[in-house]
Design a protein around this ligand. Structure first.
Ligand code: HEM
Length: 498
């Protein structure tokens, strides 16, 4: 057989044979394309259009393609087919009106390594419903909307401000401090305690989470190098181990009459689930066990830390870029709160300008520009196009936030777009969808809003931030892995009050 192939190749010539094979595979690729897909850019077999997308700028490539091919378009990046929704109308149609078809999650590689069983972010169907119910209940009990969490954020702010003060006005990168502070809020809610910023294990956890979330292959799994895959695996093992130990400690000191945090709540749920399991009646996957509890906590960490951290880093960068805006925020703080006490969420309604500044930042630089990937449950249609089951669907938040049909001069930084004409109240805008929309919208939105407001106000109450003198202004483009954060930059924090 091999001899016959070699004879044949010698007869037609190697070049003709290679050409034939290339044409054959391109033909096969085209024949295998599903019919009536949304239009989109033409790609090559195997790589699709991946080579046309600059690393970290997928949201921008998608936004440009939507101008050419329409607000609902399809594209292959690697062998995987993606459908991208780029305006509020198509997003609402899919995520609200056809929620059964578009509410499942695609499981990205990092999540596979951590294990998705029990995770609210990546489970689907009835298990997801159960996990979301538990997660929302847990966040409400220990976080969102509670006075106690405001106190925790203010307590953490004091450590953060000490960190700023230690720099004595010299240039520093605030990422580490802010990341620690934000992560400690989730630690407090989940573990019942915070970590010291110098704790080496905690520092490692933060560094690993940051590394993983800045890796764009966390979302686009097709072009992973062996080194990146090995690193991802190591990272996943470290994170699981870290949380497993804390869950084990909680088991030792568990007291059903003193539920201290989300892990205790989870342990109560595991015990309840075990007793239900004994009496039968439910699908095994729906039972909650320690593994599912560990993963629930890990995914709260992943969803709730870098998102908030990077939003704060963007906001501080724009304060240094726009000193006039910073001054106005500080005047509002001085008037509404003064300098002798820390902010509370009850101050928020009296501070429309500060809120508008946070909202404009979330519009201009949404930290999850492509949300978290979804997939179609079954074959479905949208706007007359056919979308096969298991197609990855991206919601392009970036495109919605930069749509000139919605926003006047969308590239311009202008907090006033969120203010009434007299500047006395905030205008809510339906096209601001930083936290996603529909059934799978962000679960931590209220907690994130409290953190953003309290941390930001604490910082500007005590410090004025500027860029180091004589250095180039940092890039405002950012760099997107799973999260769109600013590229590393330095600030100086000058004390306003002591
Ligand atoms: C500025 C901060 C944050 C931003 C911009 C943000 C944004 C998002 C976005 C865009 C999604 C996907 C929504 C969709 O698919 O439609 C999401 C999902 C999620 N977020 Fe957030 N988030 C933030 C903070 C948080 C915090 C603090 C927590 C919790 C402690 C959290 C927990 C979650 C969870 C659990 C999901 C998955 C929900 C599900 O699949 O049912 N997020 N977030």
């Amino acid at each position: 057989m091999l001899n016959q192939i070699v004879d044949l190749l010698q007869m037609v010539g190697w070049q003709t044979a290679v050409l034939f094979l290339v044409v054959f595979f391109i033909g096969l690729y085209w024949i295998q394309q599903p019919v009536n897909l949304p239009p989109g850019p033409t790609g090559w077999p195997v790589v699709g259009c991946a080579l046309k997308v600059k690393s970290g700028e997928t949201h921008i490539a998608f936004t440009n393609w939507s101008k050419q091919y329409g607000v609902v378009f399809s594209v292959r990046l690697g062998p995987q087919l993606f459908v991208v929704l780029n305006d509020l109308r198509s997003i609402k149609k899919a995520l609200h009106e056809q929620a059964d078809d578009f509410s499942d999650r695609l499981v990205v590689d990092f999540a596979k390594l951590l294990g998705v069983e029990g995770s609210v972010v990546f489970e689907n169907g009835t298990v997801w419903k159960e996990r979301r119910r538990f997660g929302l209940g847990a966040l409400r009990s220990f976080g969102m909307g509670k006075k106690s969490i405001e106190h925790s954020i203010n307590e953490e702010s004091r450590y953060l401000l000490d960190g700023f003060a230690d720099k004595q006005g010299k240039p520093f990168d605030a990422t580490h401090l802010i990341n620690n502070a934000v992560s400690n809020i989730i630690c407090k809610i989940c573990f019942g305690y915070r970590f010291d910023y110098s704790d080496p294990k905690f520092a490692e956890l933060i560094a690993i989470l940051g590394e993983q979330l800045s890796d764009s292959s966390s979302l686009f799994a097709n072009f992973k190098s062996a080194a990146s895959e090995a690193r991802t695996k190591r990272n996943a093992e470290f994170i699981i181990d870290f949380v497993r130990k804390i869950v084990q400690d909680h088991h030792q000191s568990y007291d059903e009459n003193d539920i201290r945090d989300i892990i205790d709540m989870g342990i109560a749920e595991v015990k309840q689930s075990k007793s239900k399991e004994k009496h039968g009646g439910r699908n095994k996957k729906e039972f909650f066990n320690d593994g599912a509890l560990i993963r629930s906590v890990i995914f709260l960490f992943i969803a709730g830390t870098d998102t908030t951290t990077q939003t704060l880093l963007w906001t501080l960068m724009y304060m240094a870029l726009h000193p006039d805006v910073q001054k106005k925020v500080q005047s509002e703080i001085d008037e509404a709160i003064g300098g002798s006490r820390q902010p509370l969420m009850t101050d928020s309604p009296n501070m429309p300008y500060t809120n508008a500044v946070i909202m404009e930042m979330q519009r201009m630089r949404p930290v999850a520009p492509l949300a978290i990937p979804r997939k179609t449950r079954d074959d479905t249609t949208l706007d007359g196009y056919t979308i096969p089951s298991n197609t990855c669907v991206f919601v392009n938040i970036w495109a919605v936030h930069h749509d000139p049909a919605t926003w006047t001069e969308p590239e311009k930084y202008n907090p006033a777009r969120f203010l009434s004409a007299d500047g006395k109240s905030v205008i809510q805008h339906g096209s601001l969808i930083t936290f996603g929309t529909g059934r799978r919208a962000c679960m931590g939105e209220n907690l994130a809003k409290s953190e953003l407001f309290i941390f930001f106000v604490n910082i500007l109450q005590r410090f004025t931030v500027t860029f180091p003198e004589g250095k180039a202004t940092p890039s405002q483009d950012g760099s997107a892995g799973a999260i769109l954060g600013p590229r590393p930059y330095e600030l100086c924090g000058t004390i306003r009050r002591t």
